[in-house]
Structure formats: C-alpha cells, structure tokens
Write a protein that binds this ligand. Structure first.
Ligand SMILES: Cc1ncc(C[n+]2csc(CCOP(=O)(O)OP(=O)(O)O)c2C)c(N)n1
Ligand SMILES: [Mg+2]
Length: 418
C-alpha cells in the first residue's frame, strides 16, 4: 500500500492535510482535511474524491445490511418469563408493584372513558388498551423535571406526570381549562396535529440544554406520525444540536385504517433515526420492563450530554382508533387481534409479578376499585367546571387582543350578558 501525506499552511490560520491512497501503484483516491482556526472555532472539512471500494454497486444489499441491524429488544416474553437477564432494570419490589398498579389503573381509565364517551359525557377520546407498556412504563422511567409533549392518545402519561384527571376530562370535552397545564407540571396539552410535537420537543430539549438543566424532553407519536415532515425535522434538529430528547414512536401497526407497511417502505421505524444520526432502537412495546429499560438508558445518556434517542415500541391498540366511529373489523382480522391479545402487557407483567410473589387477585381488585372511585370523582369535578364561554376562549389566547378579535370579543360579551 502506498500512502503519503502532504502538510502545508495555506494561510496563517489554517492547515491542510492531503492523503493519497493507493494499492500496488493503483491510485484509489485522495482525502483533503482542512483544519480552520477562525474566530476561535476549529472546523474540520474532509472530502474523499473516490471510493476505495471497487466492488460492484449493490444498493439493495447495503440497505438490507442496515435494516438487519434492527432487532426487537425484549426482556419479558409473552409468558412473563425473563429472556434477557443481563438487561433487567434495577427496580425495587415496590417500584415493580407501582408500575403494575399504574398499568391496571390506566386500563380501567380506558374502559371508563369509552363508556363515558358513549354516554355523551366525554368528547374526543383515543383508546389506549394494549399500549400500557409503551405509555406507562416509558413514563415510569422519567423524572418530575422532564417535559412531556404527548400525542392525542397519550393522556395517561400526562395524568401520571401530574395533570389532574378532571382536567384531562375537560381537555377531552374541548374545554379551554383542559389545555391549561397546572403550574409546575411540565407537560404540553396533547397534540392533535400528527407529528407537530416532535418539532416542539426538539425546541424544549435545546432549551433545557442551554439552561444547563439535568432533564429531558420526551415525546410520543405513532407509526403514521413517523411519515410526517415534522417527525424528520424534529429528530434532525435534536440530533444536530445534541439536544436531550427522547422520541418515542408507538408503532401500533395502523394509522387509523392504514397498515404500517402501506405508509412507509422502511422495514423498521427505528432505522429512520439513523438518518438523523441518533441512536435508535426497536423495543417490544408490550413488555413493560424492556420499554422501561430502553427509556431509562436514553434518559441517562441525554442528561449526560450524549444527545437524543429514538425508540420504536412495537405494540397494538386493542380498541378502535378513536370513539368517533371507525370500525376496526373493517381493516383488521380477528386472527390478528387474537395474536396481539396474547401479548397483552398487563397479562404478561401480572404473570411475572405473580411468579415473584409480588402480585395477587386481591391487589388487582383493590387497584380496580380505587381507579373506579378516582375516575368517578374526577368526572364529577369536571362537570362542576364553569360552562365555557366564547369570550373565555378568545381572552386566553392573547395577552393583547388583535383588533379583529377585540371586535368579536365585544360582540360575544354583549350576547353572553343577556
Ligand atoms: C397533520 C395531520 N394529518 C392528518 C391527521 C388526521 N389523523 C388523525 S390520527 C391519524 C393517524 C395517525 O396514526 P399514528 O401516527 O399511527 O397514531 P395512532 O393513532 O395509531 O396512535 C391521522 C392521519 C391529523 N390529525 N394531522
Ligand atoms: Mg398507529
């Protein structure tokens, strides 16, 4: 191999290295590295004029090699048995029980929300059953000082982050008070525009970094959301600025009625993170311990200045997309439903905990009864909220109203006084 380097100064403030590479007198290419010292910044610019690899081009092989690197991270299998001892997260018995309590509570909240919606007592509702490991175990790995930017299906995470349930119900009803996060609760209202929360999260994370806070910004979207422009902009920005963000994609296999395979040619959603230069991982989203471990690890790296992570959780929603009228039997087979019901995160975690003597029927019933009582009290409180007025909606939006809204405000104020 022939290889030599030429070093010379072009100007007083820069240095250029040229490396010429060849094998047995055959020229393969050169690389130019320029070190610039300008305004105290040191930049490195490297260019290769030719590829040293003269093998025939096989782009399909290359993408396959990348895709094959992504395999689903799992700790608990469907029977609740540990299949990856080395990755078991350090959680005390009490923490494991608390995680189970939260998951059971959330399943009951889902059932009650569906019936409240049918009774006309809730507004917009996107069912969550099946996604408890992806939602609750990921949140369990966070701290109070972390920010959450949820999607419309991610109400449970912000409730566990400190948003009162009554307020979550008001959000569902489209009441303006539902969107006003309590002081000290670091959560945004759930986002309806698919993917928009990814851009907001990149910004929040950069803000945390600039303020030197040891906290992360975490966001959630779905498999469909990963096909939006905002998704790519968000992960790219966070990657470029090494912002402490965790991007969670809950891949529940469908974007309303569109199967995942039809809305992206990517074999995995995790691989989309590679383009943004950020560590990305595919996790069993029906396994609470795997989700917890992946998010905890991502959080640790983020607060240590190592930048963002993308986590794809492979999961399934047992119910319809929303309560607005879609019928899953028209786009999903009962065989597929049954296959995923066998992976139920609550059943799996219950088996694991029962095996350790940490859970029993009595504890589960107690959790269910408590959940029902809390939900009943919260809906009662939501009912007591003042009736929403158009003037309220207008006045909370701006500190100073633009002239056209001022006119409308006056108009409605008069109407409301009658
Ligand atoms: C920008 C934008 N486009 C379209 C919609 C309509 N829409 C609402 S939910 C949804 C599917 C989202 O699917 P996915 O991201 O997989 O999340 P999931 O509902 O499965 O949790 C679409 C297209 C929207 N809300 N926002
Ligand atoms: Mg989806």
């Amino acid at each position: 191999m022939v290889q030599f380097a030429v070093l010379f100064h072009t100007q007083a403030d820069s240095l250029i290295t040229i490396v010429i590479v060849g094998v047995r007198n055959c020229y393969l290419g050169y690389s130019v590295t320029k070190y610039e010292h300008c305004y105290g910044r040191k930049e490195e610019v490297t260019r290769m004029s030719a590829k040293a690899n003269k093998a025939p081009l096989d782009v399909k092989k290359k993408i396959k090699a990348i895709e094959d690197q992504f395999e689903m991270f799992q700790i608990l299998n469907e029977e609740g048995k540990v299949v990856n001892e080395a990755a078991l997260p350090e959680l005390t018995d009490e923490q494991l029980q608390e995680l189970m309590r939260r998951m059971v509570f959330t399943r009951i909240l889902d059932q009650r929300s569906i019936s409240l919606n049918r009774q006309g007592r809730l507004g917009f509702y996107a069912p969550t059953a099946g996604q408890e490991a992806s939602q609750i175990a990921s949140h369990f790995a966070l701290e109070k000082e972390d920010w959450i930017a949820p999607g419309y299906r991610d109400v449970p995470q912000i409730v566990w982050h400190g948003v009162p349930l009554s307020q979550a119900f008001l959000w569902s009803r489209g009441h303006y008070m539902g969107g006003q996060m309590p002081e000290g609760v670091r959560a945004l209202p759930p986002q309806i525009i698919i993917g928009a929360q990814y851009v907001q999260t990149a910004g929040i994370a950069l803000g945390l970094k600039k303020r030197g806070e040891k906290a992360v910004a975490v966001t959630y979207t779905g498999d469909g959301g990963s096909s939006q422009g905002d998704f790519y902009e968000g992960i790219n920005f966070a990657g470029a600025f090494k912002a402490p963000a965790i991007f969670i994609v809950q891949n529940n296999q469908f974007a309303i009625s569109t199967p995942r395979e039809k809305q992206t040619a990517a074999k995995t959603i995790a691989q989309k993170g590679v383009a943004a230069g950020i560590p990305s991982i595919q996790v069993d989203g029906m396994d609470p311990l795997a989700v917890y471990a992946a998010v905890r690890d991502a959080r640790e790296r983020a607060v240590n200045g190592e930048g963002p992570t993308l986590i794809e959780t492979i999961c399934y929603r047992f119910g319809p997309h929303t309560m607005s009228g879609d019928d899953p039997t028209r786009y999903r087979s009962s065989e597929l439903d049954t296959e995923w019901e066998r992976k139920d995160p609550i059943v799996r975690f219950r088996k694991f905990l029962e095996g350790k003597g940490l859970w029993n029927e009595e504890m589960e019933n107690e959790t269910i009864e408590k959940a029902k009582e809390e939900i009943k009290a919260a809906i009662k409180k939501a009912d007591e909220a003042p009736k929403q007025k158009v003037t309220d909606l207008i006045s909370i939006m701006y500190e100073e109203l633009p002239y056209n809204l001022k006119e409308q405000y006056e108009l409605y104020k008069e109407k409301e006084s009658k």
